[in-house]
Design a protein around this ligand. Structure first.
Ligand code: GLA
Length: 501
């Protein structure tokens, strides 16, 4: 019953394609090359075929499966706090309790941040003699189980960290060979998520898939629902295979640093943009590309987050606002990493609790914003939202303020003839006048403008009809060919029925 959008991207963008065998409720929009509509009500797997329409007969290029399920493991990107950037080896029950208390007190839990994830170095020097994992008793004097319970009692969830090799990135014991034992113990402790790192493991993609699958299977057999969060830094294109291991989120980059621009492999905001901008076709509900921890609020005072920076460490508020806005446009998990044991400024809090932007991140359709293009040093993105609204953004990576024109003809999700209400999501104000064909706004250096556009008049249906009213292919726009297109003999070109040539 939810709106669905599946964007089809071919390596050759000029290839003529169509989609056939669609379930009831979904249609092929040839102009935008998307499958869209309303998902069936009944739970199950629905299959359809993507075909090339270059020849006389459609050639199947790929098969797609739409899974309809009431309780998906990760219907929306995860939100929370991760210990690594500011806490590192100082992680403890005490830190976890303070962070949990402050997440509640500051209203972060109510804003949606409901995970506390402890990263590396929670471990005792060795496992227990029976092989089960053991927490550092000095850091976790009440034990991991009681620490997790404290977090649960505050209405929050708990995530833990391990690695697919004998040792973790910081040198604690890893889970390789201990997948089942570890998954069972995490389940006993009440853990809700596992971040699974890849230091010390073989470089090839096949090994990575095997090692992630081993842990994914172990988590499934653990008796508890534990989200599986992969961290192999995007090196082996996990967006193409991560979901087959049981993971629902995978890191797409190396570690983010607290800077606009990183150096020597360090990921500043500009490197995050480069890494994330073309991954939109691989993201969706239950399969999110993760742009890593946000550095909003760290102000250069973190630990590893301050390394490998070409600017900073630390960012301006406009730069932090850009980081937050882009993570939301990309449907990335929103993970905070600043020191939550210290006071939070009103301005930092405003950035991370911006309800308009969080709603864009948490949109039920799970689309990662499509990279629309770059003009000079402005990057444009566009994100389809479940209620038919469209979010558009412009990021100014250059050093001066600029007048930016949002020209509707460049955003394929917009109806060029439509009148829109425009909500400025950074200022959290709706523009007084409706906008048509485009509008102009000022974007400061390193800032990001985000507007949520609502079509006036007939709403979502109007946008859809006008988008799907044209096609230059020979195939039925409805995409519904029960026995394959060739058996029908009659096709639709530009909305008119024609006989097969
Ligand atoms: C890797 C990961 C980081 C963090 C550290 C911990 O670098 O990418 O996010 O988990 O390991 O050692």
């Amino acid at each position: 019953g939810k709106r669905v959008l599946h964007k089809i991207v071919t390596s050759d963008p000029t290839l003529n394609i169509s989609v056939i065998d669609l379930p009831e409720g979904l249609t092929w929009n040839a102009k935008r090359r998307v499958v869209e509509g309303t998902a069936p009500e009944a739970e199950g797997d629905y299959h359809y075929n993507i075909v090339s329409t270059e020849g006389k007969e459609p050639q199947v290029l790929g098969k797609a499966t739409l899974t309809v399920k009431k309780n998906l493991p990760l219907a929306k990107p995860m939100m929370g706090w991760i210990s690594w950037n500011v806490v590192q080896d100082k992680i403890s029950t005490q830190v976890v309790k303070t962070v949990a208390d402050n997440m509640v007190k500051l209203g972060l839990r109510d804003a949606g941040y409901n995970f506390i994830i402890i990263d590396d170095l929670w471990h005792a020097p060795q496992r227990n003699s029976d092989g089960t994992p053991k927490e550092d008793p000095a850091k976790f004097p009440i034990g991991m189980g009681a620490t997790v319970k404290y977090v649960h009692d505050q209405g929050l969830k708990f995530g833990i960290y391990s690695d697919a090799a004998p040792k973790t990135c910081a040198g604690a014991y890893g889970s390789y060979g201990y997948e089942n034992i570890d998954a069972k113990q995490y389940a006993k402790w009440g853990v809700d998520l596992l971040k699974y790192d890849y230091c010390g493991a073989p470089g090839d993609a096949v090994s990575a898939q095997q090692r992630y699958k081993a842990m994914g299977d172990a988590l499934k057999a653990s008796g508890r629902d534990i989200l599986f969060y992969m961290c192999e830094w995007g090196v082996r294109e996990p967006w193409k295979w991560g979901s087959t291991t049981g993971a629902t989120t995978w890191r797409a980059t190396y570690d983010t640093r607290d800077c606009w621009q990183g150096k020597s492999g360090g990921i500043g905001v500009t490197q995050s943009i480069a890494a994330m901008k073309d991954l939109w076709a691989y993201s969706g509900v239950n399969r999110f590309n993760d742009a890593d921890m946000m550095c909003v609020g760290i102000h250069g005072k973190g630990k590893s987050s301050s390394a490998l920076c070409a600017t900073g460490p630390g960012m301006t508020q406009d730069e932090y606002r850009t980081q937050f806005a882009l993570w939301c446009m990309w449907s990335s998990p929103l993970t905070l990493s600043f020191d939550l044991t210290k006071p939070l400024s009103a301005d930092d809090k405003a950035i991370i609790t911006n309800a308009d932007l969080i709603a864009i991140d948490q949109d039920a359709m799970g689309q990662q914003a499509e990279f629309v293009g770059q003009e000079g040093n402005i990057y444009y993105f566009m994100k389809d939202l479940e209620n038919g609204d469209v979010a558009i953004s412009a990021t100014k990576v250059g050093s001066t303020q600029q007048q930016v024109k949002f020209d509707f003809s460049k955003f394929s999700a917009l109806n060029i003839k439509g009148r829109y209400l425009a909500r400025d999501c950074q200022a959290q104000k709706t523009l007084e006048n409706e906008v048509e064909t485009g509008f102009t706004t000022t974007v400061r250096s390193h800032a990001t403008a985000v507007f949520r556009l609502t079509l006036k008049g007939t709403g979502i249906a109007q946008a859809r009809t006008s988008a799907s009213a044209q096609s230059n292919t020979l195939y039925d726009l409805s995409g519904r060919h029960a026995n394959g297109a060739a058996s029908h003999g009659v096709y639709i070109r530009d909305g008119k029925r024609v006989a097969l040539p």
